[in-house]
Design a protein around this ligand. Structure first.
Ligand SMILES: [Fe+2]
Ligand SMILES: [Fe+2]
Length: 339
């Protein structure tokens, strides 16, 4: 018939996908759920499981591209829990609850909050810096780190709000405490950073936050300590699970973990660690009143806290396969700044 055309599909489209590779995903690929042991930079930002056209820009920024470097099987579950556990500082805390303790106790609360804020800021920066370095193929880890950073942003907010609640000026920031936090920011290795920050530092903070929840002299202090504690428990759970996963496949890593604690201790040996003002503030906060008997009781409570922190660190170190003696030794070398 005149004017009729026959359309034949060209080969350009097929040619375009020649050389394309499947970025893991479900199907005949290694690993559960299509998670591969090493994700190539050429997959870039592609979704896990996508058919990746050849020739895009390689994602060199994501240098943490080996599964064992970042993974923990609990990551997807913890991410779901983290989302379900998000809380709004505006509604989760009754900021109008009364503060009826004496000014010396309030000054102690303000000092402790001032200290907490700088520690939370370090805890925010560390995961945030790793987000871009984890290969997006391990998306559950990236997502979990993102929520962790958001948790810390909220902790910075509530501790700041509590510090400012009574209208008095903020407390002091010791150079030794900031030096201790700087060593966390300076650690470039993901697993070592998770070990120092989450297993040892945030692990120690679980006891500190429980202490503030129990002995805080006002409802706001007790409530925000409780809320932060529930978030921190997840951060610690990921750190411990990741390190457990890693040492299982690579027992020699324990030597590097040990060296990291010793190195940090040596770097900080000439600094004060926790400055005396914070320690004294914890005593007065737990005392709840400025009388000799109350201060004595507050001092006793802080001794119980220090022992509980040590016990908790030793327990977590044992989970990573350290012997009781080694765990005790490493716990004793942990920073006096707690985090
Ligand atoms: Fe926090
Ligand atoms: Fe945390």
């Amino acid at each position: 018939m005149a004017g009729a055309f026959a359309i034949t599909k060209g080969t350009a489209d097929e040619a375009r996908w020649r050389g394309a590779t499947r970025a893991g995903g479900r199907g005949p690929v290694p690993g559960p759920d299509g998670i591969v042991d090493r994700a190539p930079a050429t997959w870039g930002l592609a979704a896990r499981g996508a058919l990746v056209e050849d020739g895009g820009p390689p994602l060199h920024l994501a240098d943490l591209n080996r599964r064992d470097e970042v993974w923990a099987d609990i990551a997807p579950k913890l991410y779901a829990q983290a989302l379900a556990g998000q809380w709004d500082p505006a509604t989760a805390v009754d900021w109008t609850a009364p503060i009826d303790h004496e000014p010396a106790v309030e000054a102690a609360v303000v000092q402790v909050m001032t200290y907490l804020v700088e520690n939370e800021q370090a805890a925010l920066v560390v995961p945030a810096r790793f987000i871009a370095r984890v290969h997006p193929h391990f998306r559950e880890v990236v997502q979990l780190l993102a929520v962790q950073a958001a948790d810390e942003a909220r902790h910075v907010e509530v501790f700041t709000r509590r510090a400012e609640l009574s209208g008095s000026p903020l407390g002091t920031s010791g150079a030794g405490g900031r030096a201790s936090l700087q060593t966390l920011l300076d650690e470039p290795d993901f697993s070592l950073a998770a070990f120092l920050l989450s297993v040892l530092g945030e692990g120690t903070f679980l006891d500190l936050l429980s202490f503030l929840e129990r002995h805080g002299p006002d409802p706001v202090t007790r409530r925000i300590a409780h809320l932060a504690l529930t978030d921190e428990a997840r951060h610690v759970a990921f750190g411990v699970a990741h390190l457990e996963h890693r040492v299982r496949h690579e027992p020699a890593l324990r030597g590097r973990l040990r060296a990291a604690v010793e190195h940090r201790h040596d770097v900080l040996a000439s600094t004060a660690g926790l400055h005396a003002g914070v320690y004294d503030a914890l005593v007065v906060l737990a005392a709840g009143a400025w009388t000799p008997a109350a201060i004595a009781a507050g001092w006793d409570r802080v001794q119980v806290l220090i022992a509980a922190m040590d016990e908790g660190r030793r327990r977590r170190l044992a989970r990573l396969g350290f012997s009781p003696d080694e765990a005790a030794e490493l716990s004793a070398l942990h920073t006096r700044n707690f985090m």
